[in-house]
Write a new protein. Sequence first.
Length: 289
Amino acid sequence: MYDPSQLRTFLAVAQTLSFTQAARRLGLRQSTVSQHVRRLEDATGRQLFARDTHSVELTEDGEVMLGFARRLLEVHERAAAFFAGTRVRGRLRFGASEDVVLTRLPEILEGFRHDHPEVDLELTVELSGTLHERLAAGKLDLVLAKRRPEDRRGELVWQDDLVWIGAERLRLDPDRPVPLIVYPPPGITRARALEALEDQGRQWRIVCTSGSLNGLVAAARAGLGVMAHSRRLMPPGLFRVGDRAGLPDLGKIDFVLVHGRRRGTAEDAANALAAAVLAGGGRLRHRGA
């Protein structure tokens, strides 16, 4: 009833909320993407996206279809791999930023290890900036992390708002420097926070630096200051700082998959894990249990 190619296109549009970006990800023409979505809507008899010239959003039926599409494609890929007789094997060095690891990524990795038991998976958890550096140095094969606005490398998994967060009772004095809780360099959210404040002409001071998200969260819960963080992945016990604080807008943040330069078994394993991450991308937009 449902064509796998149409389901893949539907997932790409649902994850990027853009027909243009979905076409780029899949290597298709935008007209083909539109055609796939239209045929899938015809097959379901439901409208899956609410779209106009400025935005694309999932309808309620689209949200339901999202879950079905992931499961249908997962079963399809497993069946295809089994009957093709292909077995992915080899060593795969995978890097993920800590905020991503605290989502439901472990469920995706567990499924990947079940499906590909001959892959020797090595997980590195680090700052996004550090992961990109290690990938460029040939020390990782695949990275799932945030990227800088000027960096267009990588395949978009999802996009989120970057917002200021802090303790519920935190109050900022507009006449005093903004107290900042930040990762050390080359932290991407650190750089974005400092650049935004400097562009605004707002003074700031660093009250806590930690390479661990748990360390930053502890400082924020204690009311020491504010930190820049993905809105959807906001840690429990912290809240978005209101507009009345006068802090500058931080814009969007992209979470992407970036492949290394290795070939052979590492490339095959990286491609298989990347496909699993993209198929389960919706589970990465929220914190794990």
